[in-house]
Ligand binder design. Sequence first.
Ligand code: NAD
Length: 362
Amino acid sequence: MKHKITLIPGDGIGYEVSLAAKRCIEAAGVDIQWEEVSAGADAMEKTGEILPQAALDSIRKNRVCLKGPITTPIGTGFRSVNVAIRQALELYACVRPAKSYPGIKSRFKDIDLVIIRENSEDLYAGIEFEEGDPKTKALIRRIEEDTAKKIRPDSGITIKPISRFASERIARFAFRYALENNRKKVTCVHKANIMKFTDGLFLKTCREVSRDFAGKINFEDTIVDNMSMQLVTKPNKYDLLLLPNLYGDIISDLCAGLIGGLGVAPGANIGESAAVFEAVHGSAPKYKGQNKVNPTAMILSGVLMLRHIKEEPAAMKLENAVKEVIAEGKFVTYDLKADPLDPSCVGTSEMADAVINKLKKA
Ligand code: NAD
């Protein structure tokens, strides 16, 4: 079956890694018609808009998108194209597997974790009050009246909404994901001891949902600070982590570190009507145009995408090809060499070529 898929190459290193991933996905033998649209710096140059409507329309129509990383401009007032896409399309579930591949230097072996992050609420909702603004002053007065707590008048404020609805939606997603992907345990990560009405609600809702899966999936919870310590000492204790937005963001980078770095960490943002597949890493602007960075995270995001569109044999073939190239350690980028200055490292496109050669032999 032919699939129509939106491709957003992104900016910074985005173009290089998405092109590498696109070539590998095609070599896995799946019939895809790509609809390329721009967003980010690239779109700004071409259309004057950082997130053109055409990009969102294309994802809505095709329901699946492979997206390269996009730089968040600092000081322009635009928060993040990445967050805007997730919000506009209600991609409420962020799925980030963290899996060890033999050949990657990392402190731990045999890690096989999945991080499921709520993508729509929390401090990421973008509800912010600037220091000194009259609305901020009014809010501070209101809070002081209602809570009898003092807030310094020169404060900025970010609001942290967490709802029962979104908590239940992500918890059900996580438990269903666990069932479908042969996971045994869900660990809810929170700070409910301090933020009783937000994290507390998240935990309570996850616990309620867990009862519907009793006997099939185990449930436990851990406070986020303890979780950070546990993960860097005993990561193999965990199976699937379920977190609100901000902790999910931080812990997924931590988990990327456990498996060898951002260059190998894939991700997906999934909603009821669309899904966007993208690496955990950003646009690393300092490496732009150098054909230097690791395409693995983007290629593995492509593997997740192939699974999502029910092309499991191609997904498996592509994942195995990546695995073999990494295990051989010959045609890999600098970050996968024991010494990053090793002159035998290859560039982004050459590593993709090595994956394609493996696919041809498979
Ligand atoms: P980054 O992930 O772009 O890069 C941090 C460092 O990680 C790089 O300097 C590099 O050493 C390493 N790295 C990243 N990707 C790599 C790869 N493929 N291979 C090898 N090494 C790699 O993080 P940053 O520098 O904090 O962010 C740069 C920009 O990207 C910011 O504007 C940020 O907002 C944006 N960003 C976008 C996304 C997204 O598009 N989803 C995600 C995170 C950050």
